[in-house]
Design a protein around this ligand. Structure first.
Ligand code: ATP
Ligand code: MG
Length: 262
């Protein structure tokens, strides 16, 4: 029996480019006239494959908007977004839905688990919808790594917040998407559960070559990333590689101080 459909997507770039996602001159404006808000002001950014990127910046700086545009959850006013070599700006709804389903994973702050399904059913739901068979060995590894093996038959209401978020992380990883996006994926967790989830995301980058982008306010969460992007007023104003929590905190204080004196 051949297993052509289960060729691993990770381990080397497998012919794909080193850049997982790109934004080119992305403009996103809401409203018009006096109520017009420019949420993204001609943003250029490359998201490297196999890296963990954190997006930071003050409230209202455009972090969620950038993530939603990169993930094809929101359309842009101008500019282009590419996932690998595919330009997603301009894709018709149906193609875009397919692309999100087949190539992107999401972890939301509010978990977005279906209450009537148990943990394992929630984890495999996106693949069930797509009509894809989960790779059993991979699924077992994901479930084991997130530490949910003994909770698979529990429904979300029977799980703690941290466990629910781990289900959401497992769901994102199970389908081996090209890229995973998380908007404050640990925002609702206490620091211990948050550290578990972040540690797991980190390992999936190091050991499985996963590409991950998260939005966070938390310097400790950002310190798990390879690279931090700082947004202010819809622009990328700075970046930091190999961040430490102290370094990120210092940089944030810098911005605050500059903001007050300018
Ligand atoms: N649907 C919308 N209609 C109008 N304006 C919007 C809409 N969504 C976002 N905005 C505006 O766009 C700007 C960027 O919002 P965004 O949600 O990206 O900020 P953020 O950096 O994620 O903030 P937070 O840290 O508070 O989540 C804000 O000024 C916001 O008010
Ligand atoms: Mg936001």
């Amino acid at each position: 029996m051949t297993s052509a459909v289960t060729i691993p997507r990770h381990g080397g770039t497998g012919g794909r480019t080193a850049v997982a996602a790109r934004a080119r001159q992305v403009l996103k404006a809401y409203g018009s006239g006096e109520t017009r808000v420019v949420a993204l002001d001609h943003v250029d950014v490359d998201i490297a494959r196999g890296q963990f990127t954190a997006i930071m910046g003050p409230s209202g700086s455009g972090k969620s908007t950038l993530m939603h545009c990169l993930a094809g959850l929101d359309n842009v006013t101008g500019g282009q977004i590419y996932l690998d070599e595919t330009e997603i700006t301009g894709l018709k709804d149906k193609k875009l839905t397919q692309l999100r389903r087949d190539r992107i994973g999401f972890i939301f702050q509010a978990y977005n688990l279906l209450p009537t399904l148990n943990a394992i059913e929630n984890i495999t739901l996106p693949m069930d919808i797509a009509g894809r068979k989960p790779d059993k060995q991979w699924l077992a590894q994901v479930v084991d790594t997130v530490g949910l093996s003994d909770r698979l038959r529990h429904r979300p209401s029977q799980l703690s917040g941290g466990q629910q978020q781990r289900v959401a992380v497992a769901r994102a990883l199970a389908a081996r998407p090209e890229i995973i996006f998380g908007d404050e994926p640990t925002g609702n967790l206490d620091s211990r559960a948050g550290a578990e989830v972040l540690g797991f995301l980190r390992r999936s980058v190091d050991e499985l070559g996963q590409t991950i982008v998260i939005v966070t306010h938390d310097p400790v969460a950002a310190s798990y990333a390879d690279r931090v992007l700082y947004l202010a007023d819809g622009r990328i104003v700075d970046e930091m590689y190999k961040p430490t929590a102290e370094g990120v905190l210092d940089r944030m204080k810098d911005f605050d101080a500059r903001g007050r004196t300018s």
